[in-house]
Design a protein around this ligand. Structure first.
Ligand code: 1BN
Ligand code: ZN
Length: 331
């Protein structure tokens, strides 16, 4: 019941902040219409890996089917709440997939309404040629204690997409641009009821740590993906994110021909980006908060694999990587 009430209030909050442009009849990302590029943009699209105007490298490419397969594997572990078997299996899966990479496990104990809980953030670091770091992040946990909730989109899509991005970055030798650090956050979900002190445990912990050790000053941008596997991909413009970085995400989407999936609606979202925003890091939250009619699949047992599309993961991943690639030239 508390969960239902929170969803309702949150939806109102989002709508309250919204300038709510009419949602255009965007095709489902998995449909043929979504796959077709707008005629005026065919030269600026990545099909076949051709260069974009003014570039010396092909645009980024995400293997949609492989990203989706990672999501499937993670979801098949079952619910991933702290101390659950699925949570442990997901951690083992991340270790196995990232074996050989420069990985840091950020283990800590969180003080929560259910007592002290062990949590682990995973950080995989891929070096670039330029001084500076771009963080691409998501979360892997699911709603605490909920045995009926597997979070295919909410956390599952984040986790699988980041694993596919890791494969892409690993395959690139001598990558130009900033270093890319991938982060799988633990403890994003509330333990009891979402509040500033009962939510985003992993990102609050890591932001504090990186502020203390000086890493935060090196971060040029923090891009978060959450709930972006939705078949009907419609990423909101977030008013709690850094405006120029949201603009850059929009430019990246336009360069790749994916702009119809971005910023048809405006909202204000609380998620793993906020702790970094609070310590002065530029942030952008890529979140699709219209998951089913009126967001009904959000935090519901209906958040299952059949609601997702590989193409939505591909679009999100390629836009994040393209935004990261545009950053060094951004003034
Ligand atoms: C995202 C997925 N969130 C929780 N699960 C954070 C959130 C809270 C996003 C409120 C929007 C509104
Ligand atoms: Zn959630």
């Amino acid at each position: 019941m508390a969960q239902i009430a929170r969803s309702f209030i949150l939806c109102l909050t989002v709508l309250g902040l919204s300038s709510c442009a009419q949602k255009s009849p965007a095709p489902s990302a998995g449909s043929a219409a979504a796959a077709a590029k707008p005629a005026a943009l065919t030269e600026a699209t990545p099909a076949g890996g051709e260069m974009l105007p003014g570039d010396s490298a092909p645009p980024p490419h995400i293997d949609a089917a492989k990203a989706m397969e990672y999501v499937r594997q993670v979801v098949n572990f079952g619910p991933r709440y702290i101390n659950s078997p699925g949570h442990r299996k997901t951690e083992e899966f991340l270790r196995a997939r990232l074996k050989g990479d420069d990985v840091e496990e950020d283990s800590f104990t969180a003080s929560t309404p259910a007592g002290n809980l062990p949590m682990i953030n995973f950080i995989a670091k891929f070096p670039g040629s330029e001084k500076g770091i771009v963080v691409l992040a998501g979360h892997y946990d699911t709603l605490y204690g909920r045995k009926d909730f597997v979070g295919a989109n909410d956390g599952g899509s984040d986790t699988g997409l980041l694993l596919e991005i890791a494969d892409y970055l690993r395959a690139q030798k001598k990558r130009p641009g900033y270093s890319v650090w991938l982060v799988w956050f633990d403890g994003e979900e509330a333990i009891q009821q979402w509040s500033d002190s009962d939510s985003v445990y992993g990102s609050r912990h890591l932001a504090q740590k990186w502020q203390k050790d000086g890493t935060a000053k090196e971060i040029k941008a923090f891009l978060l993906a959450d709930m972006t596997g939705d078949k009907d991909l419609d990423i909101d413009r977030d008013q709690n994110s850094t405006p120029w970085l949201e603009d850059l995400v929009g430019q990246a989407a336009t360069r790749l021909g994916y702009q119809s999936h971005f910023f048809q609606r405006v909202g204000g979202f609380e998620d793993d980006h906020l702790p970094f925003s609070r310590i002065g890091v530029p942030v952008a939250d890529l979140i699709d908060f219209s998951y089913g009619y009126n967001n009904v699949f959000w935090h519901s047992p209906q958040d299952t694999l059949d609601k997702l599309s590989p193409q939505s993961l591909e679009i999100t991943g390629e836009v994040m990587l393209e935004a990261a690639r545009l950053l060094p030239a951004h003034k």
